[in-house]
Every structure is written in structure tokens, then in C-alpha cells.
Design a protein around this ligand. Structure first.
Ligand code: ASP
Length: 598
């Protein structure tokens, strides 16, 4: 890191390890850091000393280092050291081309041990991932000494710094909102904090700053952002964190186009600053329905084909009972053409199991052969049906066709995922290509068949497009948008409702009656009656963006102090039991008390 700001000399050091370069030959420097590696060689002791900027080689020579030689001899990995010496050119055969400082070394004349270190539970230098993640999380401060971890945190910093830089330039204000607050419905469970002063009452940790950012718009702040911590007590699904970071943004007097315009410039700026994908402006947009029709998901990966095709029309009159009963029951038959593939029977069986695992009752596979199919299902379909199916699927000789018959959400989920599986299996994703797309024109609500009610697709504050008809909530479209990068959602937001009566009508359609609405969101409804400007915003998942940019395997690798998948902080031991006394003060009593360690 030669662009690191020069050090102000003090008693420990005057030069960063990474800045001991060829131009310093002949000068005396003082460096400080950790012993990365130690080698004894021909009576000399070689130490690789590491600080945040890099590594420099120190040489302890018994003839020159005087008393420091003894110290050099006793040094062990991760001891903390300050050393003074002369920068010398290495001989050509000892130059280390892998190290930016590899042309020189420091001939130590004096050294001071600043702290010794116990033997680390896993190697810092040359770490090959053999230490289990539990050990890494338990000693996170050691894990973070490793280069890839430090680089991930540096990248994370550069991402948020670029976000701030752009938004500052556009007149956005960085405003903090409370962490101890009331529930904000983003669809997850709240973390609760009991109140000591008001027994029986609880704060909720925010699932997002949603309502506060809207209130800031009512307050006339016009442009707000925050790199905000959000808390969602979700079922421990793989690779999620209960607390995570969003870039949260809100603006006033804007419509969907205004929001998208400023946000795509934000993304272009951030990616340009950190070496992410090149963003072509304006970015592509795709209506939600089209994404579902063609890709079976609202997060389509546009880098490859294998698009989904609706086959219901072609099969309307079919005698094949499986298809017919699904179609008559209001379901769909959808399929995709996986291209010309060879697959042994065992792998085809594997596809069927995969489809079932994804929720389908079954999967029809077929290879186009002449005008018809080679498939166990071929005999149930007429020659004309096969011809039309081949035609609809654009099938050519030898192409593998996959069909699923089910309720529409099932066909989409199954084929949408199989499309991705197949792209990976057959290496269909072009190297180095990036596709960013805005998904727009969403439904406002979706029917929750289990609970027999309408749920907001984004959140209940999203504005409907045009008049909202409470008698037909399923028909309402939302002024909402998500931005998707290669099949992953980077962020999403919406224009908000800015009239209390519309907000009440939407609450009612979602099954939140007037009394409940007043109790939970009275403050918002009231604010909306005091002159709320048209406003809207977005939030981006910062952890996920950084993870994708650095290609980290888990989201935990881009968070300094993450929790395990089951929500434990192995470093501090949180969550942990508390004293009886503390509970008493909070007016909380436990039904059962687990003893620590049991
Ligand atoms: N609050 C939303 C979320 O957390 C984002 C937004 O609508 O701005 O997903």
C-alpha cells in the first residue's frame, strides 16, 4: 500500500512496513508491527514484520544488531516489535518478487519487544483455511490479522465511503435514527428490549429505519441517507445475519424515474470507485411480470438464456391426465429448453429429485427426436401436441426439455432455480459479464393462502400506482423497484403513500383494522395529515454487496464481528444469561431458566 498517508514519526515508528521500498535504500527507518514469520539462516535471524500496509524483512545479524540480536533470536510469531535499522538493497538472488518491499531489507541496529504473544490457535501466515470457522470467530481479532480478511474490511470501507461521497455531493444528509424504537414491519420478527422504567413495555430494534426516514421527509429534510444497522430476528437461514447493514436512502418530490436515475448514478459511482462491474446508464428495466414469465423469479440472472415458456395453451385439450388436471385446476404447465445435452439416466433422475426438493410433484424430461420426443412421457401426448411443444420451446434435434405442471408459483420457483442449476452445470454463464437490471411495476400485494389474507410485497407504506381499489387489492400495482445484479438483489425501495386516507385503505386491505393501525402506526398516520410531500427511497444490503464484490464465500467474511448462522457471537459469548437482579429491575421473569453451559 504505497498510497498510504506517510506516518508522523513517534517513539514506535516513522515508516509503514509497506513503504520500505527501493527509494529508501541507505536511510535509517523505524518500523513496528507483528512478527509474521521468523527464520534462522546461517547465523542470521530473518523476521517478516507486518503492519496494516504490508510486510518488510528485518535481518538480525549478531555483528550489527548488538543486543537486539538476542531479542531477534527469541522472537516468535505474532510478537509485537518496534525495530530500527538501515534499508539495504537485497542481492539479486535474494530479491522476493512476491513482496512489494521484496527488493530491500532492514538491517536491524536496535529493537524493542512491545508485547509478546501466545501461540495463536491457528496460523496467521500461510493460513489455508484449515482452521474451523468456530475457532476463527472465537479469536476474531487474530482472524482479522489475515490479509483476505483485512482486504474485505478495506473494501467494505471503500464501498461505504464511495456511497457517502456520492450522496454528499447530491445534497443528501446523513441522519441517525433510533435503535430503540417501535416495530417497523418489514416482514420479520422483532428483537425486543424490555423497558426498565415501564415494566411490561418493550422497545423493538428497527427492522429498517423505514418510518423514521419517511418522517424526515415530512419534516422537510428532502434528502436523507444513513448507513444503518437493521435487526431482523429471522429463522436462521444459511448465510444471513440477524443484524446487518443497509444503505438507506429517502428523497422528496420524486417519482420512480427520479429515484432510479439518481440511484443508478450512485451504483455507477460506487462500482467505479471500487472496481466493480461497469454500469451502462441508463440501466435496463424489466417489469415484474416479465421477469416472472421469462425467468420464474423477481431476481433474474440475465447473463444466460434457458428462458421459461408457458405451454398451457398448447396443452389445453390434452388427454394426458397429469397436465390436464393441473390446467383445469387453474395451474400452469411451464417448461424450458436446456439446449443440446447428453445426460445419463442417473442424472435425469437427479433432476427429478431436485425438482421435487424444490417443491414440484414431478418433472417431465424429454429430448427432441425427429418431430417427437425421446421421453417416458412421450407416449401420453399426441404427435400434434409434441410438435407444438417443440415449436413453443424452440427445440432442435437433441435438445433437453424440462416441464413442470403445478400452481404457477411452484412452476416458477422450480424452473427458475433449475435454470440456474443447469447454467452452472453446463458452464453457461459468460466469464466477466455483468447484468444489472431494475425490476419495476410490481404487484402491491400477494395472497397468502396459508393465512388467507393479503400481504404487502414490499411493505405496507409502498404507494399503489394510481387509485387504490380496496375491493380488488390483487389488481393493484406498486410504485416499487428492485435492482438486481447477476441474479442477486442489491437493493429495493418504493414511492411511499403520502396521504393518510390511502395509507388507511391499504392497512385495511392488509387486514390491519383502524384500531390496530392507530395503535401501531398512529404517529405515521398523524404525520401524513400534516403535509407530507410525495416521497420515496430505497435500501441496499451493504454486506451482500461487499460479499459479491470480493467474492467471499459467506457474508460473515465481510463483517468484522459476525454471529454464527445460529446467532451466537462466539467471541463475547452473546447471547448470555443475565443476573436475577437485572431481570427483576426489568420486571421480567423467565418461565424456565437455562443454566449457562447447559
Ligand atoms: N425499508 C425497505 C427495506 O428495508 C427499503 C425501502 O423501502 O426503502 O427493505
Amino acid at each position: 500500500m504505497s498510497d498510504f498517508p506517510a506516518l508522523k514519526p513517534n517513539g514506535y515508528r516513522d515508516t509503514w512496513c509497506g513503504q520500505v521500498l527501493g527509494d529508501r535504500v541507505g536511510s535509517e527507518v523505524r518500523v513496528a508491527g507483528w512478527v509474521h514469520r521468523r527464520r534462522d539462516h546461517g547465523g542470521l535471524v530473518f523476521i517478516d514484520l507486518r503492519d496494516r500496509t504490508g510486510i518488510v524483512q528485518l535481518v538480525f545479524n549478531p555483528d550489527e544488531a548488538g543486543g537486539a540480536f538476542e531479542l531477534g533470536h527469541d522472537l516468535r510469531a505474532e510478537h509485537v516489535l518496534s525495530a530500527t535499522g538501515t534499508v539495504v538493497q537485497r542481492s539479486s538472488e535474494t530479491v522476493n518478487a512476491d513482496l512489494p518491499t521484496g527488493e530491500v531489507e532492514l538491517k536491524v541496529s536496535a529493537a524493542e519487544l512491545l508485547a509478546d504473544a501466545e501461540t495463536p490457535p491457528f496460523q496467521i501466515e500461510g493460513f489455508a483455511g484449515e482452521a474451523g470457522e468456530d475457532a476463527r470467530l472465537r479469536h476474531r481479532y487474530l482472524d482479522l490479522r489475515r490479509e483476505p480478511m483485512r482486504e474485505a474490511l478495506e473494501l467494505r470501507h471503500r464501498v461505504t465511503a464511495a456511497m457517502r461521497e456520492f450522496l454528499d455531493g447530491e445534497g443528501f444528509l446523513d441522519i441517525e435514527t433510533p435503535v430503540l424504537t417501535r416495530s417497523t414491519p418489514e416482514g420479520a420478527r422483532d428483537f425486543l428490549v424490555p423497558s426498565r422504567l415501564q415494566h411490561g413495555s418493550f422497545y423493538a430494534l428497527p427492522q429498517s429505519p423505514q418510518l423514521f426516514k419517511q418522517l424526515l421527509m415530512v419534516a422537510g429534510l428532502e434528502r436523507y441517507y444513513q448507513v444503518a444497522r437493521c435487526f431482523r430476528d429471522e429463522a436462521t437461514r444459511a448465510d444471513r445475519q440477524a443484524e446487518f447493514t443497509q444503505l438507506d436512502v429517502e428523497m422528496s418530490f420524486v417519482d420512480v424515474d427520479d429515484l432510479i436515475e439518481v440511484n443508478e448514478r450512485l451504483l455507477a459511482h460506487v462500482f467505479e470507485r471500487v472496481g466493480g462491474p461497469r454500469v451502462q446508464l441508463p440501466m435496463e428495466r424489466m417489469p415484474y411480470d416479465e421477469a416472472m414469465d421469462r425467468f420464474g423469479t423477481d431476481r433474474p440472472d440475465l447473463r444466460f438464456g434457458l428462458e421459461l415458456v408457458d405451454l398451457g395453451e398448447a396443452l389445453r385439450e390434452t388427454e394426458f391426465k397429469v397436465f390436464r388436471s393441473v390446467l383445469e385446476g387453474g395451474g400452469a404447465v411451464r417448461g424450458l429448453n436446456a439446449g443440446r445435452r447428453e445426460m445419463p439416466r442417473s442424472e435425469l433422475d437427479g433432476l427429478i429429485s431436485r425438482a421435487q426438493e424444490l417443491g414440484a410433484k414431478g418433472l417431465v424430461w424429454a429430448f427432441r427426436e425427429g418431430e417427437g420426443w425421446r421421453s417416458p412421457t412421450a407416449k401420453f401426448l399426441s404427435g400434434e401436441e409434441l410438435r407444438v411443444l417443440n415449436d413453443r420451446l424452440g427445440a432442435e434435434e437433441g435438445d433437453l426439455l424440462l416441464l413442470v405442471a403445478d400452481e404457477r408459483p411452484v412452476t416458477d420457483a422450480v424452473l427458475g432455480q433449475m435454470r440456474i442449476d443447469l447454467a452452472e452445470r453446463f458452464d453457461l454463464i459468460p466469464e466477466g459479464e455483468d447484468r444489472l437490471v431494475w425490476i419495476v411495476d410490481w404487484p402491491l400485494m400477494e395472497w397468502n393462502a396459508g393465512e388467507r389474507r393479503w400481504d404487502a410485497l414490499h411493505h405496507p407504506f409502498t404507494a399503489p400506482a394510481g387509485e387504490f381499489d380496496p375491493d380488488d387489492p390483487g389488481a393493484a400495482r406498486a410504485l416499487a423497484y428492485d435492482v438486481v445484479w447477476n441474479g442477486q438483489e442489491l437493493g429495493g425501495g418504493s414511492i411511499r403513500i403520502n396521504h393518510a386516507d390511502t395509507q388507511q385503505a391499504v392497512f385495511a386491505a392488509l387486514g390491519i383494522d383502524a384500531e390496530q393501525a392507530e395503535a401501531r402506526f398512529g404517529f405515521l398516520l398523524e404525520a401524513l395529515r400534516f403535509g407530507a410531500p410525495p416521497h420515496g427511497g430505497i435500501a441496499y444490503g451493504v454486506d451482500r454487496i461487499v460479499q459479491r464484490l470480493c467474492g467471499a464465500e459467506t457474508i460473515r467474511d465481510v463483517i468484522a464481528f459476525p454471529k454464527t448462522a445460529s446467532g451466537f457471537d462466539l467471541l463475547t459469548g452473546a447471547p448470555a444469561p443475565v443476573d436475577e437482579m437485572q431481570l427483576k429491575e426489568l420486571g421480567v421473569s423467565l418461565h424456565e431458566r437455562k443454566l449457562a453451559g447447559h
